[in-house]
Write a protein that binds this ligand. Structure first.
Ligand SMILES: [Zn+2]
Length: 94
């Protein structure tokens, strides 16, 4: 079985949708796939960071479109503006 798509993992990390058959299938795959489990864990941390505006400590930043997808969804569900930047870029000069 193919790995779960990143976009689908983002949906699962946000976990604000009613589970579908596709979700159940994806979760079954994730149970047995370290790669997808690690990615879902990373995305869950990003969702938490977006919801709490806390700095996340990741070895590598996620793709910007993934971060934007998460912040847009969190912004929509909380009615607050999304974080203005990647929270792990706070070591920039200035
Ligand atoms: Zn996988």
């Amino acid at each position: 079985m193919a790995h779960v798509e990143s976009a689908h993992l983002v949906e699962l990390a946000l976990s604000n949708a009613t589970p579908t058959d596709a979700d159940a299938e994806a979760l079954r795959h994730i149970e047995h796939c370290t790669h997808c489990r690690d990615e879902l864990a990373m995305l869950t941390r990003l969702v938490t960071a977006a919801r709490t505006a806390e700095t996340v400590d990741l070895p590598t930043p996620p793709p910007e479109d993934v971060w934007l997808r998460i912040t847009q969804e969190v912004s929509r569900e909380t009615g607050t503006p999304p974080p203005p930047h990647h929270p792990w870029h706070d070591d920039e000069p200035g």
